[in-house]
Design a protein around this ligand. Sequence first.
Ligand code: GLC
Length: 798
Amino acid sequence: MRYGYFDDDAKEYVITRPDTPQSWSNYLGSTEYGAIITNHAGGYGFYRSGARGRFLRLNFNSIPRDQPGRYFYLRDAESGDYWSASWQPVGKPLGPGQFQSTCRHGTGYTTIESRYAGIASEATYFVPLGQSFEYWRLRLSNESTRRRRISVFSFCEFTNQWDTFQDRVNLQYSLFIVRGELDDGLLRIAIQDNLPSGWEPSLGDVARHCWLALVGAPLSGYDSSREAFLGPYRSYHNPLAVEAGRCTGSQAYGDNACGSLQADLSLEPGERRELLVLLGIGEARTAGRRTLAEYGSAARAEAELQRLKDVWHGRLGSLWVETPDDALNHTVNVWGPYNCLITFAWSRAASLVYNGERDGLGFRDSVQDILGVTAAIPEEAQVRLELMLTGQLANGGAMPVLRPFEHQPGQEVGPDPSQYRSDDCLWFFNAVPDLVAETGEIAFYEKVLPYADKGQDTVLGHLRRALEFNLARTGAHGLPCGLYADWNDCLRLGYQGESLFVAFQLRLGLGVYAEIASRLGQADEADWALAQREVLDERIQAVAWDGDWFIWAIGEDGTVYGTRQATEGQVYLNTQVWAVISGAATPEQAGRCMHTVHERLATPYGLMLCAPPFVNTAVDVMRAVVFSPGVKENAGIFNHTQGWAVMAECLLGHGDRAYDYYRASMPAAYNDRAEVRESEPYVQGQTTYSAYSPRAGVTRTPWLTGAAAWAYHSATHYILGLRPELDGLRIDPCIPRGWPGFKATRRFRGSTIQIEVKNPDGVCRGVRSLTLNGETLPGNWIPAQGLSVADEVEAVLG
Ligand code: GLC
């Protein structure tokens, strides 16, 4: 079933059937003022933190799962009939001649167009760049042949406390601290109004304010009490005030506050009207009034929307491709990078699933997220990378979570040693060289940055400590300990148990470090790292190969996981693909283990994390057993890992298989059968249920997942093979044999490079000839110093 289509020129996904399997969401705003909105205008808003700065409420995990939201109710004064400009929450019957609606999710804005009973509406929601308020712009037109009297009611529901847990749980307190009133034409919502104003999400007893204003029509009524507007036995789909045709003028005083402003309009046939609702945080009497004076006009709203689009479209402009696969084009050109930018902004903190329990930047996830945005926003990526480097402790380990607005390098206290994750800082060996390859600024390695707890070092020094951390924590076989967990949160090896995954990460890290050190002229350092790598290689080869695949891990008690004798979790994806990525696998092992992956883990929806699932394994050994078979870490398709398999296959030159894997887990490839995933076909989801479950293909936890960065990275750097390196751009595609080639435009070091890759012989990989502006180059590499501001590259495979 198809619910919509990709409009790449507008950089929008257009939902043409509102009754999507679930509400499909989008993000508005910035890390200062964030908002989630669905195709039904459901969603919530938050200042800095979804956990501690929540000012618009959402009833999580309800049906529908996105209520309430930012609603416009429209009511015909003659008939008394009323509907929503966003279909839900009133939910009129859908179909030709009945309610019709289209939602355009764009870059930082969402527009919902509807048609019902001769009235067309267009509601556009966005947060202007750098601002702490949002616009809801409503355009109405009378498409009928008679004059119509239409009342418009806005609605949103405020939290009583910005700390979302307090708001939802501590009712004996939170129901008694909110007030709402009309103040000089603005709706003023105040929490703890007798106290001095405060902003920081971490502050406790302070006053917090929101405001709401209407522009474009006289205010005919208002409600600030949720209970008065909805009525005691009603809900969002049939508010009493809307049914009655007038707000009650209620003042919230305890209980719950809402934002309803009413406008009564009279529309001649063909007449159009435009209204604006402005909703912001801050004191209505100051911030609200000021904002309204400056931004409260249709012209300003339109200019702000345009500016927002320009900036976002610029961010997405680092790469544009034309391949034979439209779904891949939508993904690489628009939705892949957009997903990465959103994930980069919000880590795992705020979505329709993440309800605030993960606040701040999870260390390992956030370092990986950087990979998805280095080409789009290198400066911001560098700022984030530096922040994460200052989340590293002087012993080389990391703080598991970093709170960006409160983080104080040099003064943080590290976690209890039992809480160290073994993989955290090893992700720097992916993210740091990737950024330096994008910018070409090798001096970054010499930049001095503090550690989280004490002391400071160059970036290279930070990398050295990261290696030392794992080299110093080894188990009985000399391999790195898994500690509290490695990438896999479910792994419980005992603190001294050994993780093969981390061994492979460490191997990669040592090689990367050696390369950087020799580029910086530090030959001793390079020798040290290579010598360590040799020792590690021997240790890996001594225990890790099981005949057709690599084992997972060795528990503290000596149990070996992931062997052919095991009945559960016999084959583990990560150690196969990372053996290849890290170069630890011999060519023979690489071929065989990836063959095993294909035989044992491949499904039409992607690769399972392991197989068979855990059912009888003890929970203190493998926490994945808490999940049903075929779900998440228990033999589910963990989308985070799919890009790694794509990279591994590309490194082996298997373009067809890499592409098959990519397509199996590419959301856009499911656009015509979106009911299979149920989630948005334009964004990644963390988990896809595998064939071990009765719900194979169902995908959950959209947007905020490591799948975003790795899918984008593997497609752009490996399948398309456009790989920045310190000295230039490597052109090393690994594509399906059947592709005649592809075109790409890549922004790189001040140039816009037009690239054409031709594949006359139908191969997967191997550049036969390469030209830069007509001049033949040796190999498959474009030197950065040969670039100007606009360049042309032609690569012929064969
Ligand atoms: C979740 C976590 C991530 C972890 C993964 C596998 O995606 O956010 O940190 O690596 O699960 O357990």
